[in-house]
Design a protein around this ligand. Structure first.
Ligand code: CAA
Length: 259
């Protein structure tokens, strides 16, 4: 499938999506959101892919939803647009694939929201992160008011949402919003190294873990623990469980097949 606003590369089990609208700092318009939803489904259904990476072309990750397009929207159109953004984030969160965000620059508004829907976030020292929507007379519409407090707590989240302030990568790391700060020239190398490490694990287990954490965080603890027991016991019907435990006892590295 060919895309206009994104570049997709598939190599050695890793699918890399690069948002490619550098002239507007990779702002997310309708068409880009639609392409992203399609590519996330494409990677999901590709049995050769086990980890996905999302990054941005040139100096930005994503500077937000496309303000030029939003400026023209009425209430109904904004509802559809917000729905499209939420659909994308849900596809990423519900995906069997671990998604790594490689945040190479601005991750603002919808960019911060997309980053937060991913599973692991690496950011370059050049990254600037925030939810500046309040400065446009709106608030986040792709999940920012919900995912941000779940990730960093409501006090700090409200500060960022109410002031619209952007923070650098070091501060984002300090408050637990991202996993690691990396020198810009090392960002993709480090991201791929991380992806390679996850590729050596059981793909059944990476999808189970992702689902348990994402579902569990939104429901009560006893129900979430019940989900874990169900998934834990189901793990014992997999070849990977046999391989992992046998390899341990035979003092060798496991070779997981994702089955
Ligand atoms: N939408 C549309 N165009 C954008 C954009 C956006 N979100 N962000 C940047 N651009 C465009 C600029 O208009 C500019 O275009 P022209 O060259 O045609 O003038 C081009 O990208 C380069 O941007 P700047 O000249 O502004 O670059 P800069 O380095 O001086 O500043 C910046 C960079 C601080 C990121 C600044 O561009 C900026 O503040 N962008 C908007 C950030 C923002 O408010 N994001 C939230 C959007 S709302 C949202 O995301 C809602 C939601 O939750 C769904």
């Amino acid at each position: 499938m060919s895309y206009k606003h994104i570049i997709v590369e598939k190599k050695n089990g890793i699918g890399t999506i690069t948002i490619n609208r550098p002239q507007v700092l990779n702002a997310l318009n309708r068409e880009t959101l639609e392409e992203l939803i399609t590519v996330v489904q494409e990677l999901e259904n590709d049995p050769t892919i086990h980890v996905a990476i999302i990054t941005g072309k040139e100096k930005a990750f994503i500077a937000g939803a496309d303000i030029t397009q939003m400026q023209e929207m009425n209430t109904l159109q904004a509802k559809k647009f917000g729905g499209l953004g939420h659909q994308l984030m849900q596809h990423i969160e519900n995906s069997r694939l671990p998604y790594i965000a490689a945040v190479n620059g601005y991750a603002l508004g919808g960019g911060c929201e997309l980053m937060m829907a991913c599973d692991i976030i690496l950011a370059s020292t050049h990254a600037k992160i925030g939810q500046p929507e309040i400065n446009l007379g709106i608030h986040p519409g792709f999940g920012g008011t919900q995912r941000l407090p779940r990730l960093i707590g409501k006090i700090k989240a409200k500060e960022l949402l109410l002031t619209g302030d952007t923070i650098d990568a070091q501060e984002a790391y300090r408050i637990g919003l991202i996993n690691k700060v990396v020198e810009p020239e090392k960002l993709m190398e480090e991201t791929e190294k991380l992806a390679q490490k996850i590729l050596t694990k059981s793909a059944v287990q990476t999808s189970f873990i992702k689902e348990l954490v994402n579902k569990g965080i939104n429901i009560d603890l006893p129900s979430a623990n019940t989900l874990e027991i169900a998934s834990f016991s189901a793990s014992f019907a997999t070849e990977d469980q046999k391989e992992g435990m046998t390899a341990f006892l035979e003092k060798r590295k496991p070779l997981f097949k994702g089955k």
